[in-house]
Design a protein around this ligand. Structure first.
Ligand code: AMP
Length: 284
């Protein structure tokens, strides 16, 4: 497993692989890896002859007052988790090389970023599309793997790749959860034991949405209210949004159908947690 610290070295490695006819799989991450990240890496290793993982806490996707500074970092531990999976290269660029003085180019997907997390985190998706566009140019992957834990992020990136005719496939992967249902996230490390317990209200409420759907409920408002009620009954939880929406446009719906997205952002103590499920499609 090669450690690649500069853009030039990463480009050279990818282009030599491309010349040799290798298929390059790419898993972009912000590090502090858990089973959710590793599931993407395993799939890339399965589908592609070379796998690159990037570790980069991207400053442009954090707003003022968000957790960029305190975001957990432990590269040694991350490398120890990646090594046994058969990863070929880990790209760990430095902020000052990635965004040098004078940097002024951004990529923006417009409409679907004005919904859900885009409303509570202005500029967030502009940072995500910009960093991924640049990473795709550097790593030159045939396939890039993204978790549906960040469902809107995956959709926004797919839109960018389609709209700009970029030559790669975006592969969505299922949400990996703890045994008690909590969606895995690097941000779960912010939670005290009490908050960790309270955080279960997210997956519990999504489970209830699935139960209502499978028992025949089709009124979106009834599902929205049932989800809110479960989260509001948890004193440590503060709702950012509860959305029952179309999984492509993220417009709120009145009637739900198979595939309708139920998406949540909830603050629990110092952590803003997100989770989602597609009705009649996902298992929780
Ligand atoms: P991050 O390091 O949080 O930027 O995440 C890197 C990638 O891992 C993104 O594609 C995420 O959607 C994905 N990911 C994070 N948590 C999970 C999870 N619990 N299950 C599946 N994928 C995940």
């Amino acid at each position: 497993m090669k450690l690649v610290p500069t853009i030039g070295e990463m480009k050279a490695l990818s282009s030599s692989w491309r010349k040799d006819g290798e298929t390059i799989g790419f898993v972009p991450t912000m590090g502090y890896l858990h089973e959710g990240h590793l599931s993407l890496v395993r799939e890339s290793v399965k589908q592609c002859s070379k796998t690159v993982v990037s570790i980069f806490v991207n400053p442009t996707q954090f707003g003022p007052g968000e957790d960029f500074e305190r975001y957990p970092r432990d590269t040694e531990r991350d490398l120890g988790l990646l090594e046994p999976l058969g990863v070929d290269a880990v790209f760990i660029p430095e902020v000052k090389e990635f965004y040098p003085e004078g940097y002024q180019t951004y990529v923006e997907v417009t409409e679907i970023t004005n919904r859900l997390c885009g409303l509570s985190r202005p500029g967030h998706f502009r940072g995500v599309t910009t960093v991924c566009c640049k990473l795709f140019n550097i790593v030159s992957p045939h396939k890039a793997f993204f978790g549906k834990k960040d469902f809107q992020q995956f959709t926004v990136l797919k839109r960018m790749v389609d709209d700009l005719a970029m030559d790669l496939e975006i592969v969505p992967m299922p949400i990996v959860r703890e045994p008690d249902g909590l969606a895995m996230s690097s941000r779960n490390t912010y939670l005290s034991p009490k908050e960790r317990e309270a955080a279960l209200c997210l997956s519990k409420s999504l489970k209830e949405a699935q139960r209502l759907f499978s028992s025949g409920e089709r009124d979106a408002n009834k599902i929205r209210e049932a989800v809110k009620k479960i989260i509001e009954s948890e004193p440590l939880a503060e709702i950012d949004y509860v959305s029952v929406c179309d999984p492509y446009s993220f417009d709120e719906v009145d009637k739900v159908e198979r595939g309708t997205l139920v998406a949540l952002a909830v603050k629990i103590g110092p952590a803003r947690l997100i989770d989602n499920t597609q009705l009649g499609v996902d298992e929780i």
